[in-house]
Design a protein around this ligand. Structure first.
Ligand SMILES: CC(C)(COP(=O)(O)OP(=O)(O)OC[C@H]1O[C@@H](n2cnc3c(N)ncnc32)[C@H](O)[C@@H]1OP(=O)(O)O)[C@@H](O)C(=O)NCCC(=O)NCCS
Length: 155
């Protein structure tokens, strides 16, 4: 089914274990250093927030996050390559921010690879500010890569 603009209807829904194969498929296409199946299963079996972007029949992306003592942490935001650049990343980020705000959190944090300016731009557009760096935080080809730490005050 599609809307009058010809795009499939977008729905944000909770992920379940049944989505795991599709999640892994998207993750491996979207990241040079993807999360493992075990990483996702741990999140799905815990009380973490696990949102999926459903576009018609397709699971097209996801947002994984958690929160405690007033602070939310965005762990993974991903849109399948086929669907990137069409505002779906923004949509999922907005829904995630709304969700953690409604649960009474005062701030939200995330880490992003220094080599991922596209994601940094997306986060800045949604009000995140750079608050620090973590040296060698990520695995990278032939070594380690720094993380940019970003934070958002929630209203
Ligand atoms: C980063 C990611 C989630 C963004 O999702 P998206 O749906 O492609 O992004 P959107 O279409 O909502 O675009 C949001 C903003 O990102 C920037 N952006 C999007 N596509 C871009 C491109 N091809 N080049 C540069 N900037 C781009 C733009 O500033 C855009 O805002 P605009 O449309 O008002 O100009 C997505 O590209 C992705 O999943 N990448 C691989 C995984 C990843 O890196 N995740 C982030 C980990 S921290």
């Amino acid at each position: 089914m599609s809307n009058p603009g010809g795009k499939p209807y977008a729905l944000i829904r909770r992920l379940t274990i049944a989505d795991i194969d599709r999640i892994i498929e998207i993750e491996r296409h979207a990241y040079p250093h993807p999360w493992t199946r075990g990483n996702f299963l741990d999140c799905l079996r815990s009380s973490y927030g696990c949102f999926g972007l459903q576009l018609g029949e397709d699971l097209a992306g996801y947002s994984i996050f958690n929160w405690a003592v007033g602070e939310a942490h965005l762990l993974n935001l991903c849109v399948g390559p086929k669907w990137q650049g069409q505002s779906y990343g923004s949509l999922m980020l907005e829904r995630t921010i709304d969700f953690v705000t409604l649960r009474g959190n005062q701030s939200m944090f995330l880490e992003v690879r220094a080599s991922n300016p596209r994601a940094v731009v997306l986060y800045k557009k949604h009000g995140f500010k750079v608050i620090g760096h973590r040296r060698g935080y990520y695995r990278a080809d032939g070594g380690r890569e720094d993380a940019i730490v970003m934070g958002l005050q929630l209203t």
